[in-house]
Design a protein around this ligand. Structure first.
Ligand SMILES: Nc1nc2c(ncn2[C@@H]2O[C@H](COP(=O)(O)OP(=O)(O)OP(=O)(O)O)[C@@H](O)[C@H]2O)c(=O)[nH]1
Length: 377
């Protein structure tokens, strides 16, 4: 195939959906302004356009009304937040009301036998192109935006005894514009998706520690902020566990930096497997790891920390094949400090308390868990 459209991997599907919705929200504002201005201009520019059906002015205005109302609704949603309508729905309504308007105008002029079809034909070309540009979701929108209005129009034409042969030449150009519009919109959508994928890849590189594959400290900070806000708003607990590999310098000094890296990587992998899906584990510093435990009070966090300590301790058996060349097993343990959210907390304060608890764990002999004291106000 000469062209393959960008494919969004499963893991980014929901982020891509959010991105598409954000694009739709912006797009709808531009589209609403353009439609509002053009429809109003067309309503009041009959003389300039040598459009002589002034007796149909009121009927035409009624036919244009749905577009005006949908555009005003879209602008009101954007500027005042009310009514709450999704961008996609508004785009569909804008495109649909545009199609209904232009086909109804065509029907009106055909029925009344006016001779201004070159004007109507121009309007059809512009409207069909416009509606196809509003179909942000591509061909999925096509049946609703084109098939339904055109089928309704054809049925009404037959019902009103309008010969469909007379309509054919009028709709040929607009249908071509519809095809062109769909192609342009598809290309635009693919460009937007490619940009989204490039941005996601960059973000993933920036948020992943290359040695351990864990989140970086920078990626963890917004997660902690988010959890702090949620805890304050919804009164749900959360905890942090700060872990530090014990006497890690000795591993490096004895076995070399490469083996140190291996121990660090394997510890990180095993701790990650031991955590729940919603927990976040990051490399906080050199050989320091930080765990964010949402919806977890102090006691639960202590249990998790104890489990992590045991997992790290078992690393000794796991590492034997990896360091077989040296002929000796590595003993690697971890000390952990636990701190939980308290009213009026800040992220820095919780991390600070977890750090103090970790310091205590080191002082009390390493390979142990300590819990930060409650700060009473
Ligand atoms: N191999 C390797 N070593 C690292 C990495 N990051 C930090 N380190 C080492 O980790 C060691 C940390 O040593 P210290 O801070 O003295 O602490 P420790 O030896 O772990 O002793 P305690 O923390 O008191 O138990 C240093 O030697 C760092 O060079 C890394 O990415 N790879």
């Amino acid at each position: 195939m000469f062209y393959s459209p960008p494919v969004v991997p499963q893991k980014w599907q929901s982020a891509h959906e959010a991105h598409t919705q954000a694009v739709e929200q912006k797009f709808v504002v531009v589209a609403a302004w353009i439609l509002l201005i053009t429809v109003v201009v067309y309503q009041f520019s009959h003389d300039i356009r040598s459009f002589h059906s002034s007796n149909l002015l009121v009927t035409e205005f009624a036919i244009r009304m749905p577009v005006i109302l949908v555009a005003l609704t879209a602008l009101s949603t954007h500027y005042f937040g009310k009514p709450r309508c999704s961008g996609r729905l508004l785009l569909q309504l804008l495109a649909l009301s545009l199609m209904v308007m232009i086909l109804a105008l065509l029907l009106l002029h055909l029925k009344n036998g006016t001779n201004e079809f070159h004007q109507i034909s121009n309007g059809l070309v512009i409207s069909f192109f416009g509606a196809s540009m509003l179909s942000v979701r591509g061909l999925r929108d096509w049946p609703l935006l084109f098939l339904l209005p055109i089928a309704t129009f054809a049925s009404l034409a037959v019902f009103l005894d309008i010969a469909l042969e007379d309509v054919g030449p009028l709709v040929f150009d607009p249908l071509m514009m519809m095809v062109i519009g769909m192609i342009v919109m598809t290309a635009l959508r693919h460009i937007l998706t490619s940009e989204f994928l490039a941005r996601q890849q960059l973000r993933e590189v920036a948020s992943t520690d290359p040695l351990t594959g864990l989140l970086t400290r920078r990626a963890m900070e917004p997660l902690m902020d988010h959890e702090l806000q949620r805890a304050k708003r919804a009164d749900v607990p959360f905890s942090l566990v700060l872990g530090d590999l014990d006497l890690f310098k000795r591993v490096n000094d004895t076995w070399g930096h490469d083996t140190g890296d291996l121990v660090l990587r394997e510890t990180a992998r095993r701790l990650k497997v031991a955590l729940r899906h919603q927990d976040a584990l990051c490399r906080w510093g050199g050989e320091e790891l930080l765990v964010l435990l949402p919806d977890t009070p102090m006691e639960g966090a202590r249990e998790v920390a104890e489990k992590l300590r045991e997992v790290a301790e078992k690393l000794r058996e796991a590492m034997i094949p990896a360091i077989d060349a040296h002929g000796q097993p590595i003993t690697q343990t971890i000390s952990l400090g636990v701190a939980s959210f308290q009213t009026d907390d800040t992220v820095e304060a919780i991390v600070g308390r977890a750090d103090e608890a970790l310091y205590l764990a080191k002082r009390n002999g390493r390979n142990r868990v300590e819990v930060a004291c409650r700060v009473t106000g």
